[in-house]
Ligand binder design. Sequence first.
Ligand SMILES: [Zn+2]
Length: 252
Amino acid sequence: MMRDYKTEGIIIRVRDYNEADRIVTLFTRDYGKVQAIAKGCRKQKSRKRGVIQLFTYGEFALYRGRNLDTITQCEGKQSFGALREDLDRMAYGAYLAELLDGFLPSGEPHGEVFFLTLVCLHLLAVEDPELVTRAFETRIMDLLGYRPHLDGCVHCGRLLEGPKVAFSSRMGGGLCKSCAPQDGDSLVCALGTLNMLKQLSTWDIKRLRVLKLTGETKREIGEIMKAYIGHRLERKIKSAEFLETLTIMQNI
Ligand SMILES: [Zn+2]
């Protein structure tokens, strides 16, 4: 394997390291998730300074190391600066990046998830960030093969009938009223919420603003995705808790 390689990538995690370096997690288009060090990028005069930041989408030249690759050159194409200027949007962006870091295996490219991430980072800056995030969650679950079963009850197979149904993270889908007790941790929700969840995963993501969701539907979808993702990931997403604080503050 060649030790030098070039690829497009999105920075999904950044940590300061030593005096002037940064270690980043880079979601690359061609090689999937890689860990890389950008040496000297925090120095005043470094040309990498503005590029090695969370969310930057750019062209990267790297040198393969045993544990850590080295970024030898980088050129930013899009910095998504609008996300950094708004605490809310920044928080949703950070959550999106953390989800990617949590779900993507190292070294396996995933073109569709890469494209989805770029589109969602763009949309986060201009659309309702909560809705963009919910759409991102449903799609990344689909693309990674974790699509929840929403066509009928996941336990008995019967048609889901409203007004109230339930969602089981453990069983991976919707439950009819009589099967809801099969999972004591299932979340009761409106049938419309599960239908909207299904629609979110296939809806043209650039036309999200056309979807009219009530606050209640958004809240229920948020809770379902949080439980489902938590179950799949088996670890807590730090920024999700921060997002909840933000949402609570907005509703006061
Ligand atoms: Zn059932």
